[in-house]
Each structure stands twice: as structure tokens, then as C-alpha cells.
Design a protein around this ligand. Structure first.
Ligand SMILES: [Zn+2]
Length: 188
């Protein structure tokens, strides 16, 4: 056997259980016994294989199949949870849209029905209409009285400088309290 053939055989992968392979192996071994250069080549080849195999095995040790399966499972679960969240969001949005459109429709019907109701009331039960109007006028009266009192109080306050200053201070205090209350959740 020549050196070239022996090295070609050493560089290839061989299965163990074939008669042809066994015959070639014995020939190569016979060649290696009297050829130091090919023995050296064979040792290099072995070292290279060990290095490659060692790296592969260390990689496969670091990431086991179980870990991979766990990662895949976690990813699937996360994807499923995200899908569920999206679905919930869509459902909520759809419900909100339905509710808001219902609200708008009912508001429209209510607004449109007020003149119709008044019209019907006017024709069918004039007494009820009069009573309602009287009640409304009472409310307006009460509002006017309150307005008058407010104007009186304001004129009284504006005449007294100290009282005006106190009122301004109170307003400032209220504004400060309101600002603090509004800012509190952002700080927390
Ligand atoms: Zn040789």
C-alpha cells in the first residue's frame, strides 16, 4: 500500500462491520508499522478528531435536550399567553365600542324624544305640563336666589381687602392641595 492510499483511508470515516473495511484496515496497519510519516499523520488525525468530538460533546453537555425542550415549552407558553392577552384586549375593545355606540344611540333617542314627550304631554295632560313647568320655575327661582346671595357675598368680600386676601390664599391653598394630590401617584 502507498502512503497516499493509506492517508486517504485514514481521513475517511469507516464502519467496523464490513469485510472490505477490515481487510483495508489490516493493510493500513501494516503500512503504518513501517512508515513513521504516516504514523505521524494518523496521530494528527486522531488528535483533530478528539478536538472536534470534545468540542461537540462539551456543547451538547452545556445545552441538554431537556433544557431545549423547556425553552421551547416556555416560549410556546409565552406566545399562548400573549395571544390570550391580545384576544382579551380585542374582546374588551369590541365590548367598549358596542357600549359606546349603544350609549350614543340611547342619548340620541332620549334627546329626540324630549320634544315629542313634551308635545304629547301638552295635548294629553295639560295639568301635568303646568305642574312640571311650575317645578322648573321653582328651581330657576332657587337658582336666582342663590346667585343673588353669591353676588351679595362677593360684593361684601371685594369691599374688605383682608377678606379678599384670605379668600385668595384659600384658593391658592386648595390649588396646591389639588396639585399635590394629582402628583402623588407618579411619585409612588
Ligand atoms: Zn506511508
Amino acid at each position: 500500500m502507498r502512503c497516499r492510499d493509506a492517508r486517504a483511508w485514514l481521513a475517511e470515516e469507516h464502519s467496523d462491520n464490513e469485510a472490505e473495511t477490515a481487510r483495508q484496515r489490516s493493510e493500513v496497519l501494516a503500512h503504518l508499522a513501517h512508515c513513521p510519516a504516516c504514523r505521524h499523520y494518523e496521530q494528527q488525525q486522531q488528535r483533530l478528531k478528539r478536538l472536534l468530538y470534545g468540542n461537540f460533546s462539551s456543547v451538547s453537555c452545556r445545552i441538554s435536550t431537556e433544557q431545549i425542550m423547556q425553552a421551547v415549552y416556555l416560549r410556546q407558553r409565552t406566545t399562548r399567553q400573549l395571544e390570550e392577552l391580545h384576544q382579551q384586549q380585542r374582546t374588551r375593545l369590541a365590548r367598549l365600542q358596542t357600549l359606546s355606540s349603544l350609549f350614543m344611540v340611547s342619548l340620541f333617542i332620549l334627546t329626540a324624544s324630549i320634544p315629542v314627550l313634551l308635545f304629547l304631554l301638552f295635548f294629553n295632560q295639560p295639568e301635568l305640563l303646568v305642574r312640571t313647568l311650575l317645578l322648573l320655575s321653582d328651581a330657576v327661582d332657587a337658582f336666582l336666589v342663590a346667585l343673588t346671595y353669591l353676588r351679595l357675598g362677593l360684593s361684601f368680600v371685594s369691599q374688605d381687602n383682608l377678606l379678599l386676601a384670605a379668600l385668595a390664599f384659600l384658593l391658592l391653598l386648595l390649588a396646591a392641595v389639588w396639585l399635590r394630590l394629582m402628583r402623588a401617584p407618579q411619585e409612588a
